[in-house]
Design a protein around this ligand. Structure first.
Ligand code: SF4
Length: 102
């Protein structure tokens, strides 16, 4: 007899992401924003496109990052590493995101 498996239709993405864990490497962020007075359009876009909401504007309009919670998707790297606006590295071994597929 075949069992019928119902798809998980009412599971939210936020609930799935909540399963992930993050090991903070205190004082050694793996992504840094280069000093700037006014952010470029690409740098400013990071405040909207980062799925972990790691980028924010401070009260002077500059873009800052808090890399805790970064999912290493690479979106910011594609947008701003080549221009030198950010420096992007993987976290050291044992640190960073730990994906859970529960
Ligand atoms: S790699 Fe992805 S999740 Fe991490 S800071 Fe960049 S855009 Fe955000």
């Amino acid at each position: 007899m075949n069992a019928i498996v119902k798809p998980e239709t009412d599971v939210r993405v936020e609930d799935k992401l909540f399963q992930n864990r993050y090991q903070v490497d205190a004082g050694r962020p793996h992504i840094k924003v280069a000093p700037h007075d006014k952010p470029s359009a690409s740098l400013l876009a990071l405040t909207r496109v980062c799925p972990a909401k790691c980028y924010e504007q401070n009260d002077r309009g500059q873009v800052e990052i808090t890399a805790d919670g970064c999912m290493e998707c690479g979106t910011c790297r594609v947008l701003c590493e080549a221009s030198g606006e950010i420096e992007w590295n993987y976290p050291r071994g044992g640190y960073g995101v730990l994906f859970k597929f529960g």
